[in-house]
Design a protein around this ligand. Structure first.
Ligand code: FAD
Length: 461
């Protein structure tokens, strides 16, 4: 019998295993996929010029202490997000304008700019206030919340863009309290949106985020991780748990840590079933449409015209793009997020149509014209990753609770049930939705298990 069986080898599951092992517990990790990392997935480029990060990519080593400590300890190389140059705002399919990166789009009237600043500053202030989310904010959608504050049409579109970029949903589809609390866990709205050293998009891993997943797996020990082992059933027998995989293997452990997104608990066939209130909140969580198209080129042609590669769009299908090149290895790419309602429609297309749509939009955004001889039409590699199509992810970034549920079920959400403990970036109080959040939750969940087993946890790093 093991002390702990961990379900899932994403960042939260791997960190939970490490923390439990450091406290002297025996651990086995069961992973459905034939790879570790979950929503972290770095794919080598056919050109040999580095990796494409199809899932999580950006980190901030100063604000995200666990990620930062691993990167330092294991000398993982980073690339700073390139900011120099002009950005582009696409307000409608045929309406684009350029602006200096980092300022509010300049074709807005003073009144429109003031209106956006008022709403942004309000959310920022709310997100810096400590305390639990308010029931009244949880019962109203983010869109309605800002309308009540007097948001004008352009501000409503901009906040909807934030919702799409940050969570893959529309601002009308989730609660204001969830949005504000997410910002609260992540140093406030402005830190989440920032691409410089003050925010979440400051650095990327030179060799892909998978390099950190590999470090975590090596610490757990490859022989303690069973890949291609989807869970068929979990039985909690009060003194121990029995976890059976669809491949017919059975693992017995004193405690079970479940690290998969709560939206998918219903597929685990847990016996006895989770309490009704736990089922009510977890069955209703949703995973956003959060997709990436990564277009790789032989050279960074957009820089020739003074663009830094950043653009945002109200019209889509791409709602935001960034330069994700690693110049050192001659990897030149634009990473395009195709999220929210736009992503939902785009994901229904067949792959070559998806790619064509993205390239057509890049041509418009960067003024490349429609003649096929421009470099925009000649990528050397294109990836289109639809996370909703991934059987063991079903969307991203992290599950979002239904309207009113966050406050109504706060007493049970993510709390242990018998010998079952729950981790995942969705439960983190620090950098929820991020790699750092997954590490934080894994650490907290394993510490909870160590305590329940009467052991003493040691610091994880
Ligand atoms: C497109 C995209 C962009 C992102 N950008 C960033 C970013 O720039 N910066 C950042 O910090 N974060 C980013 N994230 C978020 C980050 O990737 C996640 O927060 C983090 O990886 C979540 O880790 P987790 O362990 O909570 O969940 P997961 O990674 O989902 O891990 C769950 C694991 O459980 C496994 N599993 C599922 N079902 C079963 C089953 N039945 N049996 C056994 N195993 C199962 C899964 O295969 C997976 O390995 C991004 C994510 C996506 C998708």
């Amino acid at each position: 019998m093991f002390d702990v069986v961990v379900v899932g080898a994403g960042f939260s599951g791997l960190q939970a295993a490490i923390t439990a092992q450091q406290a002297g517990l025996s651990v086995v990790v069961l992973e459905a996929r034939d790879r570790i990392g979950g929503k972290i997935w770095s794919v080598p480029l056919a050109s040999g010029r580095g990796y494409a990060d199809l899932g999580g990519a950006w980190v901030n080593v100063n604000l995200q202490k666990r990620v930062g400590a691993y990167m330092k300890k294991f000398s993982l190389k980073t690339v700073e997000q390139r900011l120099e140059g002009r950005a582009v705002m696409q307000e409608a399919a045929d309406e684009r304008f350029e602006f200096p990166f980092g300022v509010t789009p300049s074709d807005w009237t003073d009144e429109e700019k003031e209106n956006l600043a008022k709403i942004r500053d309000h959310i920022q202030a709310e997100s810096l206030k400590p305390g639990p989310p308010r029931v009244e904010d949880d019962n109203v959608s983010l869109e309605q919340y800002i309308r009540n504050l007097g948001a004008g049409p352009k501000t409503i579109k901009m906040v909807n863009l934030w919702a799409r970029v940050m969570h893959g949903v529309e601002s009308s589809e989730y609660s204001a309290a969830w949005f504000i609390d997410y910002c609260r866990c992540n140093h406030g709205l402005l830190a989440i949106r920032a691409d410089d050293s003050s925010g979440g998009q400051h650095l990327r891993f030179r060799d892909g985020s998978q390099s950190l997943a590999n470090v975590l797996a090596s610490l757990v020990g490859p022989s303690n991780i069973y890949l291609s082992s989807p869970i068929a059933t979990i039985e909690d027998l009060s003194t121990h748990t029995i976890v059976t995989t669809t491949t017919g293997k059975t693992f017995t452990a004193r405690k079970c840590i479940i690290s998969i997104p709560s939206t998918m608990y219903k597929e685990l066939n847990i016996q006895p079933p989770l309490p009704p209130r736990v089922q009510e909140i977890t069955n209703a969580t949703v995973l956003g449409d959060y997709n990436k198209a990564i277009v790789c080129y032989d050279r960074p042609w957009w820089r020739d015209s003074g663009f830094n590669g950043y653009f945002a769009s109200f019209s889509g299908p791409v709602i935001l793009g960034r330069d994700t090149s690693v110049d050192e290895v001659r990897h030149y790419s634009l990473t395009c997020f195709v999220n929210g309602k736009e992503g939902r429609e785009w994901s229904k297309l067949i792959p070559h149509e998806r790619r064509a749509e993205v390239i057509k939009q890049l041509a418009k955004v960067f003024n490349a014209g429609d003649k096929n001889d421009h470099e925009v039409y000649k990528p050397i590699e294109v990836f289109d990753q639809v996370w909703q199509h991934e059987r063991y992810s079903r969307g991203a970034l992290a599950p979002i609770t239904a309207l009113g549920h966050m406050t109504q079920f706060a007493d049970v959400y993510g709390k242990p049930v018998g010998n079952l403990h729950f981790v995942g970036t969705e439960y983190s109080k620090e950098w929820r939705g991020y790699m750092e959040g997954a590490l934080c939750s894994g650490e907290v969940g394993a510490t909870e298990v160590v305590k329940a087993l009467g052991g003493r946890g040691r610091a994880s790093l």
